[in-house]
Design a protein around this ligand. Structure first.
Ligand code: AP5
Length: 215
């Protein structure tokens, strides 16, 4: 099962990916989480990516495609994966097609999560994350069991630098220009399922489950 989650920043891709991991037992491949790990580890790639990420711009396509061509070859990808945050430009989508054909693979489903910009801006102000695992919470809609602590490890949660309102609005603008054309690209391949991402977390989860149960 090879699934792509496509949607605006803060649309709930990471949140829903965590449920799909449970359902299908396949890894989530989040380019955002991979890049943040590089930034934390101060690798060359991380040092290159940091300025783009902090300002809400996209990291250059060739950096992302190089990183993903290595990742998709790893052993845990053999039975499938959930792509989260990649591809997000046309050159990345075409690069992914090339990678998949080399690996003799196809994407099975593209799930488009639709949410209006104003809802996103409100959601992002309450997002809290556990940096080392990428687990995501929300102060109101998905609070941790203990305030500001990760449920699994008890570590402190943080607010992402790029979750400030100005940066979120910039990321949304980039999504509409560079990423949303991919919906049409995958529509032509007949593998797109669009869902309403504005309802609550469990309803969105149910909508996605229905796609895979064929209802
Ligand atoms: P990345 O980490 O991929 O960020 P993003 O796509 O902007 O998505 P987010 O992680 O912000 O949101 P999400 O959709 O996962 O939502 P979440 O589940 O957390 O990328 C960060 C940066 O890295 C980019 O800006 C760029 O610089 C770089 N980058 C990454 N990939 C790249 C690429 N391919 N090319 C170039 N550059 C790249 O939910 C958000 C909040 O809402 C949470 O608090 C959650 O609890 C809450 N929530 C979720 N669902 C609901 C719901 N239904 N109702 C209420 N609250 C909800």
């Amino acid at each position: 099962m090879k699934i792509l989650l496509l949607g605006p920043p803060g649309g709930g891709k990471g949140t829903q990916a965590s449920f799909l991991i449970e359902t299908f037992g396949i890894p989530q491949i989040s380019t955002g989480d991979m890049l943040r790990a590089h930034v934390r580890d101060k690798t060359d790639l991380g040092n290159k990516a940091k300025q783009y990420m902090d300002s809400g711009s996209l990291v250059p396509d060739e950096v992302i495609l190089g990183m993903m061509s290595e990742r998709l070859k790893e052993d845990d990808c053999k039975n499938g994966y959930i792509l989260d945050g990649f591809p997000r430009t046309m050159p990345q989508a075409e690069g992914l097609d090339l990678l998949l054909s080399k690996l003799n693979q196809n994407l099975d489903s593209v799930i488009v999560i639709k949410v209006d910009d104003d809802i996103i801006v409100e959601r992002m102000s309450g997002r809290r994350v556990h940096p080392s695992s990428g687990r995501v919470y929300h102060v109101k809609y998905n609070p941790p069991k203990i305030e500001n602590k990760d449920n699994e490890t008890g570590d402190d949660l943080i607010i992402r630098i790029d979750d400030q309102e100005d940066t979120v609005r910039k990321r949304l603008g980039i999504y509409h220009i560079d990423t949303s054309p991919l919906i049409n690209y995958y529509n032509k391949k007949g593998i797109v399922h669009s869902i309403d991402g504005a309802s609550d977390i469990s309803e969105v989860r149910n909508s996605i489950n229905q796609i895979f149960s064929g209802e």
